[in-house]
Design a protein around this ligand. Sequence first.
Ligand SMILES: Cc1cc2nc3c(=O)[nH]c(=O)nc-3n(C[C@H](O)[C@H](O)[C@H](O)COP(=O)(O)OP(=O)(O)OC[C@H]3O[C@@H](n4cnc5c(N)ncnc54)[C@H](O)[C@@H]3O)c2cc1C
Length: 427
Amino acid sequence: MRNRVGVIGGGAAGMTAALAAAAGGAQVTLLEGNERLGKKILSTGNGKCNLGNEKLDPEEYYTGSPKLLEKCLRRFGTEETLAFFQGMGLMTVSRRGYLYPLCQQASAVLDVLRYGVAARGIDVVTECKAERLGRDRETGKLRVSGSGKVFTFDKVILACGGCAAPKTGSDGSGYRLAQQLGHSLVPVVPALVQLRCREDYFKAVAGVRTDALLTVLHQGRRAAEERGELLLTDYGLSGIPVFQLSRVVNYILLEDGSRKSCGVGENRGVEIRINLFPDYAEDAFLKLMEDRKRNLLQGQRTVEEFFAGMLHKKLMLLFIRLAGLKPGESAAGADQGKMVQVYRLCRNWCVHAIGSNSYDNAQVCAGGVPLEEVTDDLESKKVPGVYFAGEILDVDGKCGGYNLQWAWCSGHLAGRAAAGKWKKEIH
Ligand SMILES: Cc1cc2nc3c(=O)[nH]c(=O)nc-3n(C[C@H](O)[C@H](O)[C@H](O)COP(=O)(O)OP(=O)(O)OC[C@H]3O[C@@H](n4cnc5c(N)ncnc54)[C@H](O)[C@@H]3O)c2cc1C
C-alpha cells in the first residue's frame, strides 16, 4: 500500500508539495477550497508572475528563524526552482535578475503546474474547504473534514496560504487549522501593501511618481529604509519601496496597540521621512540652493515660478503651501526662512502612516506559524505527520519573486519529506 498524503490548499506551495510527494511515491490528494487550483498565481507579477530571483539571499526575507530559512533555501534555491519548471516545460527569462516565464504569462506557470498534477495522477478535490484537522485516536491516521467530506491520510501538508488577497481563496482558515493542532502564531499583519497617512493633503498630490528614499522612524530611531519609485495616492503612499516598508510599519502600529484590525486606526501614526533628492549629499544640496538663489531670485518671479523645474509641480505647490508661502507671491519679497523650508521639505518631508490598506490589497501576510515549531523538513513538532508549506509559515519576502520562491522551496521540502519519511517507517 502506498503512503497517503493529503495536501490542503492548491496554491503555489500546495501544488508543488503535491508534485513532490507524488514524485516521492506517495498517493496524493489535493484539497482546494476554490473551484479551481492556483487562482492567486494568475495575478502575480502584474499577470507576468515573477517566480523567483537570481539573487537568492536570506536577507531578502523576514522570519523569526533565519537559520532554518537559510537551510531550506540552500536545499531548494533558484537553481532547483529553474530545474523544476524547466522539467515541466516552462521556459524562463531573467529581467535584471528577476525571473519570469519567457512568454510573460502567469497563466503559463499555472498551466504547467496543473498539467504536472494531472500527469502525476494526483487526486484533486476542488470546492473542498478543510475545516477540521486532527488525529483519529483509533486508527492513528490524520483526519481532515470540511465541505461535507471526510478524508484520512498518513501525512497531511498544510499549504493554505495566509489571508492576503482573500478573494483568491486564502482567507486565514489555514491558521485556524494550525491552531487546532496546538500551534501558536506569530501575529499576522498585511505586508507588501500601500500605506494610509494621517495628513489630509494627499489628494492634491495623488498620481505623482518620483524617485525617493523613505525612512521609517520609531521612537526617534531609524527602523527601516527603502529607495525606489514612490507613488502618491489620495490616501497616502504606494510603490515598491512603500510595499517593502509596510510590514515594518504595521508591526510598529500593532506593537503600539494603536492599529485596528483592518488597517486604519485612530493613532498618531508612524513617522516616515521622505527624501526626494536622495542622490544629493547635504553640501551638494546647499550648493544647489545657493546657485538657484543666485540665478533665479531676481526679476519678477513668483514663488511658484522660482521653484519650477525641481520636482513634480503638484509636489512643489504642496511644499510651498506647507512652508506657509503663497504660490503667487513674489519670490524676492517672500520670507527667506520659509523659502529655505520649501527646500527642506524636498529632502525631509515628514508624513505619518496610520495604517495600511487591508488584506484585500496586500500581496502577502507577515507572521504565521513559527519556524521554531517545525523541523528542518517543515514537519510539525506538535503533531508529527503534519507538514507546512508556503505563506502559512512565518516567512515573508520582499518584492522580487521571493515569496513564490519560498512557496516552491517549502512545498518541495514538505512534499518530499511527507513521502520519504513514510517509506523509511515501513522498511
Ligand atoms: C496581487 C499579488 C501579486 C503577487 N505577485 C508576486 C510575484 O510576482 N512574485 C512573488 O514571489 N510573489 C508574489 N505574490 C505573493 C505570492 O503570490 C504568494 O506568496 C504565494 O502565492 C503564496 O503561496 P501559497 O501556496 O502559500 O498560498 P496561496 O497562493 O494563497 O494558496 C493557498 C491556497 O489554499 C487554498 N485554501 C485556503 N484555505 C483552505 C482550506 N481551509 N481548505 C482548502 N483550501 C484552502 C486557497 O484557496 C488557495 O488556493 C503576489 C501576491 C498577490 C496577491
